[in-house]
Ligand binder design. Structure first.
Ligand code: KDG
Length: 333
């Protein structure tokens, strides 16, 4: 079982693309939307910000354009308290953008449209990754989105992994398959296998598993475990069915149901889950507790728009859990 002991503040480093998210005020087909909210979002950054809000010291490695959007991304990270010494400002490439389409064509489901090709982050390279960014680090987090962005990003992520292995820093990886970036299972396995193999804490989801391996859940877990040679924990997010964690060192299995809430925007729920789970790990909580934190943070995130705004502090996370468990709304007064 993974435990990180000591009472110094644990440090996590994340890496990935942060974009401007344009989220319409209304639901329905994107072409009919006229009013948008501007948010800052990106899977790995969402995870890292969730960790920072839960008392982990964090830093982030990315590249943004030398533009207005890059400025708001950097200042968002700084406002959260995340160290930005690994944030590069690229004068030649713009910050990536994406648009969200909510509840269309499938009610309560969210679809995204990327305008990120040639973005500053897709030009992040192994030269941008140096050892000093990993000083006194307990955990490194990256996801399948980053190596799928470009060959340069893939090499940058591999360099980060190589540094972490050398410095014995725990590696957390989320398969995070985005079909807009990894078209089919063969391509996805080609890009992701090395990261799946190196991670000690591996997150995936039922959707990612069936995309990679097929329709049988039990077989999919076996196929994933075969690749995940270094994994100590395999965490599977099951959406409305909650989450499960296999402790591969003891062979024990832990499960937690989801919290039933109204879905406003599903985006970022998996990231909130990862961030809360990882913060719990670094703070030495049990797997059962970490699954609970993850499911609660995920539920809080689907109830609101934006990926970062709904991410809770410990106080709010505990209030959410207690209110659900006791069904006592007095706690909110
Ligand atoms: O997990 C939510 C992310 O998918 C979203 O914020 C956008 O980072 C993003 C991506 O690459 O899809």
């Amino acid at each position: 079982m993974i435990s990180v002991v000591g009472d110094y503040m644990k440090k996590a480093v994340g890496m990935g693309e942060i974009m401007i998210q344009m989220n319409p005020t209304g639901k329905g087909a994107l072409k009919y939307q006229t009013v948008f909210e501007r948010h800052v979002a990106g899977s790995e950054a969402n995870i890292i910000i969730q960790m920072q809000r839960l008392g982990i010291q964090t830093s982030f490695i990315t590249s943004v354009g030398d533009d207005q959007f890059g400025e708001i991304i950097s200042s968002t990270l700084r406002a959260e308290g995340t160290n930005t010494s690994g944030v590069k400002v690229d004068p030649d490439h713009p910050t990536g953008i994406y648009f969200v389409q909510r509840s269309y064509p499938v009610p309560n489901k969210t679809k995204v449209f990327y305008y990120r090709k040639g973005s500053a982050a897709s030009f992040l390279s192994s030269e941008d990754i140096n050892e000093s960014l990993f000083e006194n680090t307990d955990l490194f987090l990256v996801s399948g989105i980053t190596p799928a962005l470009s060959e340069k990003c893939m090499n940058a992520a591999l360099k980060a992994i190589e540094i972490c292995e050398r410095k014995r820093i725990k590696i957390a990886f989320d398969t995070n398959i985005r079909v807009n970036l990894l078209q089919n299972a063969q391509k996805a396995l080609e890009v992701l296998s090395v990261f799946i193999q190196k991670a000690q804490i591996l997150f995936t989801g039922t959707g990612d598993l069936s995309f990679l391996f097929g329709s049988d859940f039990t077989d999919n877990i076996k196929s994933m475990s075969k690749i995940a040679k270094n994994a100590e924990l395999l965490v599977i997010k099951k959406g409305e069915e909650g989450a499960l964690c296999l402790d591969l060192s003891s062979g024990k299995k832990f499960e937690h149901p989801s919290y039933p809430v109204e879905v406003i925007d599903e985006l970022g729920a998996g990231d909130a889950f990862d961030g809360a789970f990882l913060a719990g790990i670094l703070k030495g909580h049990s797997i059962e507790q970490n699954l609970k934190y993850g499911c609660a943070a995920g539920a809080m995130t689907v109830s609101l728009k934006g990926d970062i705004e709904p991410l809770p502090s410990w106080k709010d996370l505990e209030l959410f859990i207690e209110t659900f468990e006791t069904n006592d709304e007095k706690l909110l007064r």
